[in-house]
Design a protein around this ligand. Structure first.
Ligand code: NAG
Ligand code: NAG
Ligand code: NAG
Ligand code: NAG
Ligand code: NAG
Length: 585
């Protein structure tokens, strides 16, 4: 289970009294022991993933038609249109007064100089960190690896971003144990309903080649091992069998003997199972090399990603390092044969709005939708989070008001809109919205679209036929969101616990050359600010929100235990052009 699942589980532990093993895990562990057939295992893993989704959207609701869409936008999904027409006006406004103030403020603020300029990264400091994880770590130890004595298989669960973390953690573990690694497998889940395998999303040969001096990666397990029943010989290790963020010691004490005995270990899941610290520097570096250099999207994703970026920017005279890293040969300007691109590219803000049903229901928070909302969310929990429901029943739960105060509630679109307007973004700001299956749909988004009508999603920018090859593959669609968010002039998130937000932030830090700001709210502080919604003046509100965001924007070295994928500014991953850290490398 990935970071996000962990996050949710952790939350739920706090809801009840924390226990070492949650009832949920126990139940699954029991089930797991009983069910031998892989099909069932996959089903269970699938249900774990429910906790873990950042973007359940496969069908787009085309909820943004009210805005001024770019020329490319096309109406689609007729079956949804009727549905949204029937939705009444938003009834869930929680901060009517502030929204009115925001609206007035935006009207006054038309055409200020450079609204993007005010949220630049502190360039001097930020650009002093350079990517440098692409060199060989020299981790490969020929004798075991060449003798083909140890093999690691990983079947990653979760969505695109959780899988990415699992893959790079497994690469580090393979290097640690001097084992060869089989090209990762991606588990099918009933939630994501995506049969994509590694090679459908990432360039396999590139991956193998880039890492060839660090870890030996092979396409298939040798035939003499293929016939083994890994579960019966004890070589199947699931997320339930190991602690999250296990230390290297666990792998040398528990996994290595298994590997030596059986020659192969299969990690089923492996989300978040390798600690961030302490890890030997060369393995930390290898994780970075994997995440920031080895995983390139396949050309068909790069191509459509490039088209998406081109349509967002409308012109494409500018190509950034981020573009190159994301899109390889398929840079936007290559697609522009014969068209003139005299205009300036449009700057855009990408917003990952993590306000999907699963998150909303799991949070146990109240979002101002009254009885109907409470009933709806409870029904969802009954269906998808039985362990949480049981715990609520037995041990009670913290009140929604308390949860809000503690910063445990995902930001609503209304709150996201207030945040952006307090940060000085004008009404005309062009916003790319990732994670578009917003709970409550159009009605819920209204407070946001009223403040910011120029809102688009990939479904608005690409035609149905362009999207068709991807439509049934939620991970491939998520890859397009990843690209659009990573390449944005500014990236803003509503929840720093989400994998997409976390990995995009790290990617921008690593490849952004000090010009890729990310805006990250502190939910607890924001809740605190919003608790004064009845009295705060707009100027004061602005001031407080800006301070909150500013604090998260400082350029700093990754702190102990933090994700190196999210905070690559760390001597193992990036090099500082000057300064004391240089000596570490
Ligand atoms: C690898 O193979 C070589 C010769 O084939 C042998 O001498 C060596 O002991 C083997 N190493 C391991 C770790 O099995
Ligand atoms: C991997 O190989 C290196 C070099 O031979 C050795 O020092 C290290 O102990 C090995 N690690 C394991 C887990 O076998
Ligand atoms: C309720 O709390 C008790 C004591 O902390 C714990 O043993 C029990 O498992 C909890 N119940 C659920 C359903 O989590
Ligand atoms: C997507 O899946 C649905 C049902 O699972 C199927 O009817 C449809 O043809 C698929 N579309 C594409 C483009 O593969
Ligand atoms: C909004 O302000 C009112 C009082 O002015 C307060 O009672 C309420 O809790 C605030 N709402 C939130 C969600 O903090």
């Amino acid at each position: 289970m990935g970071m996000e699942g962990q996050l949710l589980l952790r939350r739920s532990n706090q809801v009840s009294k924390p226990s070492k093993t949650t009832a949920l895990v126990k139940r699954w562990a029991l089930l797991f022991k009983r069910l031998r057939m892989v099909g069932f295992v996959v089903g269970i893993v699938g249900s774990i993933l429910l906790l873990d989704s950042f973007m359940l959207t496969v069908v787009h609701h085309n909820i943004f038609r009210s805005g001024h869409l770019p020329d490319r936008a096309r109406p689609m999904q007729d079956e949804w249109r009727g549905y949204y027409r029937n939705v009444e006006k938003s009834k869930e406004l929680m901060y009517e007064r502030l929204v009115t103030l925001a609206s007035t403020a935006l009207e006054k603020k038309e055409l200020q100089q450079d609204q993007f300029g005010q949220w630049k990264e502190p360039y001097e400091q930020a650009s002093s960190w350079k990517p440098c994880a692409d060199r060989s770590t020299g981790a490969i130890h020929q004798e075991h690896v060449m003798n083909h004595t140890r093999f690691i298989i990983v079947s990653a669960n979760g969505g695109l971003n959780q899988q990415r973390v699992a893959v790079c953690n497994a690469v580090a573990v393979a290097a640690m144990l001097n084992a060869s690694m089989v090209i990762p497998k991606f588990l099918f889940s009933s939630v994501w309903k995506d049969i994509s395998q590694f090679g459908d999303i990432y360039q396999e040969d590139y991956f193998i080649n880039i890492l060839k001096d660090d870890v030996r990666i092979i396409k298939e397990l040798p035939s003499h091992l293929q016939s083994l029943n890994l579960e019966s010989i004890g070589s199947m290790v699931t997320d339930l069998d190991m602690r999250k963020e296990s230390k290297p010691m666990y792998f040398t004490k528990v996994i290595l003997p298994l590997l030596s005995r059986n020659g192969v270990v299969h990690f089923l899941g492996f989300g978040n199972r390798l600690a961030f610290d302490p890890i030997p520097p060369h393995l930390q570096k290898l994780r970075c090399k994997c995440n920031f250099h080895a995983l390139k999207f396949v050309p068909r994703i790069q191509k459509i990603g490039s088209l998406l970026i081109k349509r967002i920017r409308k012109h494409d005279s500018r190509v950034s390092e981020l573009d190159k890293q994301l899109l390889g040969r398929h840079l936007p300007h290559n697609l522009l044969v014969g068209s003139n691109s005299l205009g300036k590219p449009l700057k855009y803000l990408a917003l990952h709005m993590r306000f999907e049903m699963d998150m909303v229901a799991y949070s146990l928070c109240d979002f101002g939708g009254g009885k109907k909302e409470r009933r709806e969310l409870q029904a969802y929990r009954d269906m998808h989070f039985p362990a949480l429901v049981l715990r609520m029943r037995e041990n009670g739960s913290i009140s929604p008001a308390e949860l809000r105060k503690l910063g445990r509630c995902p930001l609503t679109p209304e709150e996201a809109g207030l945040m952006l307007s307090a940060l000085g973004f004008e009404r005309r700001t062009y916003i790319y919205l990732a994670g578009s299956d917003i709970y409550g749909g159009r009605s819920r988004l209204l407070p946001f679209t009223r403040l910011y009508p120029h809102l688009v999603t990939k479904e608005d920018l690409l035609t149905p036929s362009e999207l068709a090859p991807f439509r049934n593959f939620s991970s491939q669609l998520a890859a397009l969101d990843f690209i659009a968010c990573a390449a944005a002039d500014i990236f803003a998130m509503t929840d720093s616990g989400s994998q997409l937000s976390s990995l995009v932030t790290g990617f921008r830090t690593y490849h952004g050359r000090g010009r890729a700001p990310t805006l990250r709210p502190n939910k607890k502080q924001f809740a605190d600010i919003l608790s004064e919604n009845g009295t705060l003046g707009w100027i004061k509100f602005e001031e407080k929100v800006r301070k909150m965001i500013g604090e998260n924007q400082r350029v700093q070295v990754r702190r102990q235990g933090r994700s190196i994928y999210r905070q690559p500014r760390s001597p193992e991953c990036m090099c500082r052009a000057s300064g004391p850290l240089r000596d570490h490398l």
